[in-house]
Design a binder for this molecule. Structure first.
Ligand code: CO
Ligand code: CO
Ligand code: CO
Length: 323
């Protein structure tokens, strides 16, 4: 699919910036297209090795969201070289390298600058067959929506900073962020889904809204099917709500029809770091996909369904989906 004005510039630009997709895609020949993305941020956890893993998993995720295989990556590093131990930087880089290896890709270089605040991430290049690109704009009426990681990462990260999260629950959220979306992406591409995106800063609601807007459809979602991380309710009871989550809900308000509690809206709008994939799956393929995906932390879950209606609209029901 192509949109103005990028098509006019270059017919090989298959996915540009105009549909707010996860990465850009450029056709090299009839059987290969490159997928490119870049992402970096300040530490989300105290442990430098875990931070490196999470930042890398998050950057790789946009390649997986396009149904592509990552091939190469470049390190992007900001570090206060005379304020912090160099060992901390080495641990961040080791975490990133290990995740890139797990993705069966390779780090081929990078760039670092002296900066007051540490930041880390990757620029990643992947490969995909031009006919097998997964975009956020191909959703069809009647599709089931599948989520592959539980929600609540942003809310719990705020709770961790305030010291109210038990260590085993902290381990769960760190592991969830560090998990690659590799397996879900491979299966989605193999079995064939109509649309795919990953859940990051705009939360489930924000990324689902983008998918529905780009596909000119609406979605119904059901809170009783939404998988959440262990300490999310405890953190909400203590008032742990990140600013980004509130901003998401404020922006999305006009697209939402909600029959649910404010707590559920906060969870659904919660800004995620390295969240799961959101897949729009045809009815005929849903059983096969679910039977092949590994289960972890209550995922994957069928969380809703796609209908014709006002483009980008989302209705939220505090109920269970008929499935
Ligand atoms: Co993305
Ligand atoms: Co991104
Ligand atoms: Co350089």
């Amino acid at each position: 699919m192509c949109h103005l004005p990028y098509c006019n510039e270059d017919p090989n630009l298959l996915v540009g910036i105009e549909t707010s997709d996860d990465a850009g895609v450029y056709r090299l020949n009839n059987s290969q297209a490159i997928v490119q993305t870049v992402d970096f941020f300040t530490p989300v956890v105290d442990d430098p090795y875990s931070f490196g893993q999470i930042a890398a998993a998050n950057a790789l995720s946009d390649i997986y969201a396009m149904g592509a295989q990552p091939i190469t990556a470049l390190n992007l590093v900001s570090f206060p070289i005379d304020k912090l131990e160099k060992d901390i930087l080495l641990e961040i880089l080791r975490g990133g390298r290990d995740k890139v290896r797990e993705a069966e890709a390779v780090i081929i270089g990078g760039h670092s600058i002296d900066d007051s605040e540490p930041k880390y991430g990757l620029a990643v290049t992947g490969l995909v067959h031009p006919d097998r690109i997964l975009t956020n704009s191909g959703s069809k009426q009647g599709d089931y929506l599948v989520l592959t990681k539980p929600l609540g990462i942003g809310i719990i990260a705020t709770g961790i900073k305030r010291g109210i999260v038990k260590s085993e629950d902290e381990d769960q959220v760190v592991q969830t962020m560090a998990d690659l979306n590799k397996e879900a992406s491979l299966l989605a591409s193999e079995i064939g889904v109509n649309a795919c995106t990953d859940i990051t800063g705009f939360g489930l609601l924000g990324h689902l809204h983008e998918m529905m807007k780009a596909s000119a459809l609406k979605a119904d979602i059901f809170t009783e099917n939404i998988p959440v991380l262990n300490s999310v309710w405890h953190c909400l009871d203590q008032g742990m709500v990140p600013g980004g989550t509130l901003a998401n809900l404020e922006y999305l308000e006009k697209y939402l029809e909600s029959f649910c509690s404010l707590d559920w809206k906060l969870i659904l709008g919660d800004a995620q770091t390295s969240g799961g994939l959101l897949l729009s799956v045809p009815e005929g393929k849903i059983e096969k996909l679910l039977s092949k995906l590994n289960t972890k932390n209550g995922c994957p879950q069928v969380i809703g369904r796609v209908y014709s209606g006002e483009a980008g609209k989302i209705s939220i029901y505090e109920a269970k989906i008929n499935f």
